[in-house]
Design a protein around this ligand. Structure first.
Ligand code: AMP
Length: 190
């Protein structure tokens, strides 16, 4: 049983790497960004509430995000483990995750942060925007806002887990396979 958080700024490769890690280590990949995009596409009440925040590169309010994540984890308790991608993004979300895992008798093995330089992030996201169809990848201003939100609201989540000696950092620069090797080595040691 391994429960892991893959952490890092937007464009650090979390989604790509989380999918590969999920396959290799037989974990369930949970991406709150993907879940919100699904709600948005299907024009559900939750999708409608999340839409403006997402398009502007802001975080969806904690109460909505935490509720959605809780339901997902609770309804998938038969899995070997989970890899969280894009959650938690605020300290209150991290605290809620702690409570949820305690209640479900789950243990978090670690948070692995991908470290990527800022200009590389902007470049990757603009590139992704050409094909992803994601509005929030197509506008440089929104991209820079998302990075700022990450620095202000999400970065403290690293300290939260570092204080529990659960945080690891991996160099996120380089090609997909190289980065995957580095991540796999850390996961194997958890
Ligand atoms: P992502 O695909 O992880 O980059 O997420 C895309 C967008 O979905 C973010 O910019 C937020 O608007 C929203 N989102 C995803 N995960 C969260 C979260 N944990 N908390 C708040 N908003 C989120």
């Amino acid at each position: 049983m391994a429960n892991i958080i893959l952490f890092g700024p937007p464009g650090s490769g979390k989604g790509t790497q989380a999918k590969k890690l999920a396959e290799k280590f037989e974990l369930m990949h949970i991406s709150t960004g993907d879940m919100f995009r699904y709600e948005l596409k299907n024009e559900t009440p939750l999708g409608k509430r999340a839409k403006e925040y997402m398009n502007q590169g802001q975080l969806v309010p904690d109460e909505l995000t935490i509720e959605m994540l809780k339901n997902k984890v609770k309804s998938n308790q038969d899995v070997k483990g989970i890899i969280l991608d894009g959650f938690p993004r605020t300290v209150p979300q991290a605290e809620a995750l702690d409570t949820l895992m305690n209640n479900l008798n789950m243990k978090l093995e670690g948070l692995i942060a991908l470290r990527v330089e800022k200009e590389e992030i902007v470049k990757r996201l603009l590139e992704r925007g050409k094909t992803s169809g994601r509005k929030d990848d197509q506008n440089e201003e929104v991209i820079r806002d998302r990075i700022q939100v990450y620095l202000d609201e999400t970065q403290p989540v690293f300290e939260f887990y570092d204080n529990k000696s659960l945080a690891y950092t991996v160099n996120g620069m380089g090609n997909i396979d190289e980065i995957f090797e580095r991540l796999s080595a850390v996961v194997e040691e958890l």
